[in-house]
Write a protein that binds this ligand. Sequence first.
Ligand code: PEP
Length: 250
Amino acid sequence: MRKVCIAGNWKMNMGPQEGAKFVKELAEAVKDASARVVVAPPFVTLSGVVAATKGTNIEVAAQNMSDHLKGAFTGEVSAEMLKEVGVKLVILGHSERRTLYQESDEFINAKVKLALEEGLEVILCVGETLDEREKGQLEAVLKHQVVEGLRGVTPQQMDSIIVAYEPVWAIGTGKTATPDDANQAHALIRGEVATLFGKSVAESLIIQYGGSVKPSNVKELMAMEHIDGALVGGASLTVEQFAPIVCYNN
Ligand code: PEP
């Protein structure tokens, strides 16, 4: 039985004060959730949010990390630093990092392996652009991103991997993949993971859907066989919207 995981990616929103206040309110609203609850604030907001979520069911993720452990890498933040402030997970390969900051599959893979070696869980984002979908390249794109993103990861380490399927055309656009389309893409990802790591690893893998998830569409998405959670952007920024997503089945 896979435990649903709902994560909120705050992107470049909420400084330390606002973030800490927000999670205190959120904690009260989601305390009875059966899903795993994760928030991913900006770097400077992480320690305040970790402190404010102590003793709650909310876990804290970073939105990115360096591919190096330490040294002369101006502007970067290491896995060790994240762990020191109490971060448990890290989002890697988000489409905004892939497109706006030209992160390659190879670079993302280096970070995935480092995060796992350092004991962080990884939310690895994959997904096709509209152009790729329209050209019939969905399967090839997902396969490539999964194979390259997970290259060198061991079957044991797969316990610490969550994959987020985020069709790029559905992120922040208000367009959502239909539950059937999303489920089909998730099944492709699970199939690829089965080929790489075996059936039992694939069966236990949590695959989140991301792309304009809202209180109004979360239930039908979560009802699909291969959808085990959500990575939520815009709707994770208010308690009014994020709490009902997290508590979709309460
Ligand atoms: C995201 O950026 O991961 C995302 C899914 O955003 P939104 O929910 O706003 O589409």
